[in-house]
Structure formats: C-alpha cells, structure tokens
Design a protein around this ligand. Structure first.
Ligand code: NDP
Ligand code: 8X3
Length: 254
C-alpha cells in the first residue's frame, strides 16, 4: 500500500498539532507548516512517520510558493490538505477594532487559505484524487457581538468550500468545511486577546468545551471515508454550547 501524504497548515499548536498526531496514527506522512520552526521540529521528531517541515508565514506567498515547489520528491503528491492556519484578533465591536487586526484576519483566514488551495489543487485535479479540509468556524454561521470580521472570514471559508465543490464536480477531489464551536486548550484565545491569559482562560471557565483532539478525530473521520463520500460541512459544538436565540435590547426607548 502506498503511503498517503497530508499537508497541515498551522501544525505548531492546537487543532493542527493534534491533527498531525492523529493522522500519523492513520499512517499519513506529513508536511507540517507554521511559523514556529522549533515547535514543528519537535512535533516531527515525536511522530513515527516521515515529516517535512515548512517554517513559513502563510502570508509570505513568495516564500510559500518556493517551499511548495521545492518539496522532497516523496512529498510532492499531496493526498490531503488540511487548511487550518488561522486566527481571531480582538473581540471589540466593529467601531472600536484595530484595523490592522482586521487586515491580518482577512489576509490569513481568507487570502492565504485561498493561496495554499490554489497551489495544491492543480496537482489533485491532474491526479484526479485528493481531499481538502478547510477550517471554518461556527462564527461563520452565527453572528455574535465582537465576531465582526473574524466571523466574516469564516463565512468566506464556507462559501469558498462549497464553490470548490461546484468547480470539482466530476473530479475525485473532495472538499469539506469543518465548522467547530468552542475549543479549549489551544492558543486561539491567547492569540485573540493578544496574550491576556486571564481573558483567554475566562472563555473556557465553568464549562466543558471541545478539545483539539475532538476536532482532530473529526478530521481523521472525514479523511477515512471512502472516496465516493464527501462531507460538505461538519459542524461540531460542545454540548454546553448552542445557538440560543436572538437578543432584544430593552434599554433603547427614550
Ligand atoms: P491555535 O492558535 O492554537 O493554532 C493556530 C495555528 O495556526 C498555529 O499552529 C499557528 O502557528 C498557525 N498560524 C497562525 N497564523 C499563521 C501564519 N500567518 N502563518 C503560518 N501559520 C500560522 O488555534 P486553534 O488550533 O484553536 O485554531 C486553528 C484553526 O481553527 C483556526 O483557523 C481557527 O480559526 C479555527 N477554529 C478554532 C476554534 C477554537 O475555539 N479554538 C473554533 C473554531 C475554529 P504559528 O504561530 O507557529 O505560525
Ligand atoms: C472560534 C469559535 O465561537 O470563538 O472560531 O468564534 S468562536
């Protein structure tokens, strides 16, 4: 049996890190991509499969293209792309947010996810084989206060995924938008609150959120299905979370 190859963006932490561990257990060899080389190297060394590390900012498209064009020969045919690198920055209302934070989210979650896809997809189409799992979020389906541009970037991921499905009709190339809810113990909230540990921990207090392993298991399940089965969207929330209704403000009457 030939070894399958997966490229995971954002593999140095959280969901991407857990996904690398899970996919290695399924026998995938891995291309691990993120900015922090030392984290990727330590992960690669801990896994029992061949790994190729790309220490690169996904927003540096020139360097990324060069890295992807210079893969070791045994890693060139990518079976599975997990487009996971992404972030939220801030939770302020739209009138108060930092414009640079908005730019970084749009650049990383939309532009660079599309860029990586555009780099990898032609090979999958040519081989008539491949699978892309994009990391969406419930923030792309349900509006919440402070979700503004982050949620909008994840709505992009959803529509981009479904439009890829349309483009790929007739090809054995599958696309899934994986849509998680609240996940504890990744660096997500630490990044969102610019390193404010107390604010990050408060998000997960007094409830049992999902873990990165829960989502890695979902990815492994989607990746293990036979080639004639495509999961278009997979929305996963912790039991303690639900779309619990619209809000009505009762303070606005003069
Ligand atoms: P983490 O912050 O733990 O991990 C994010 C990963 O993305 C890291 O490996 C980071 O690596 C990488 N990354 C971020 N920016 C860049 C960049 N510019 N270039 C390369 N790599 C980058 O977050 P999660 O694991 O929680 O989140 C992963 C994905 O899941 C994101 O797309 C997020 O939006 C989504 N998600 C998260 C949820 C949650 O509650 N945690 C819920 C729903 C969706 P490095 O810093 O080394 O570059
Ligand atoms: C992360 C989940 O609810 O913080 O995408 O937006 S949420």
């Amino acid at each position: 049996m030939t070894t399958k190859t997966a490229l995971i963006t954002g593999a140095s932490a959280g969901i991407g890190f857990a996904t690398a561990q899970r996919l290695s257990e399924l026998g995938f060899q891995l291309i691990l991509l993120a900015r922090r080389k030392e984290k990727l190297m330590a992960l690669a060394e801990s896994l029992d499969v061949d790994c190729h590390v790309i220490a690169c900012d996904v927003n540096n498209h020139e360097l990324l293209e060069a890295e992807l064009n210079d893969l070791p020969i045994s890693f060139t045919e990518i079976d599975l792309l997990v487009n996971n690198a992404g972030l939220a920055l801030g939770l302020a209302t739209a009138d108060k947010t930092d414009w640079h934070d908005w730019q970084t989210m749009i650049q990383t979650n939309c532009m660079s996810l599309a860029f990586v896809t555009r780099q990898i997809l032609p090979g999958m189409v040519e081989r008539n084989h491949g699978q892309i799992i994009n990391m969406g979020s419930i923030a792309g389906n349900y509006a919440y206060k402070g979700g503004n541009v982050y949620g909008a970037t994840k709505a992009f991921v959803d529509q981009f995924s479904m439009n890829l499905r349309s483009d790929l009709l007739g090809k054995k190339v599958r696309v899934t938008n994986l849509v998680p809810g609240l996940i504890a113990e990744t660096e997500f909230s630490h990044v969102r609150f610019h390193g404010d540990t107390e604010a990050a921990q408060a998000v997960y207090a007094d409830c049992e959120a999902l873990s990165a392993d829960d989502i890695a298991n979902s990815i492994a399940w989607v990746a293990s299905l036979p080639e004639h089965v495509n999961i278009n969207r997979l929305e996963v929330m912790p039991t303690c979370q639900a779309p619990a209704g619209l809000a009505v403000d009762k303070t606005m009457l003069d």
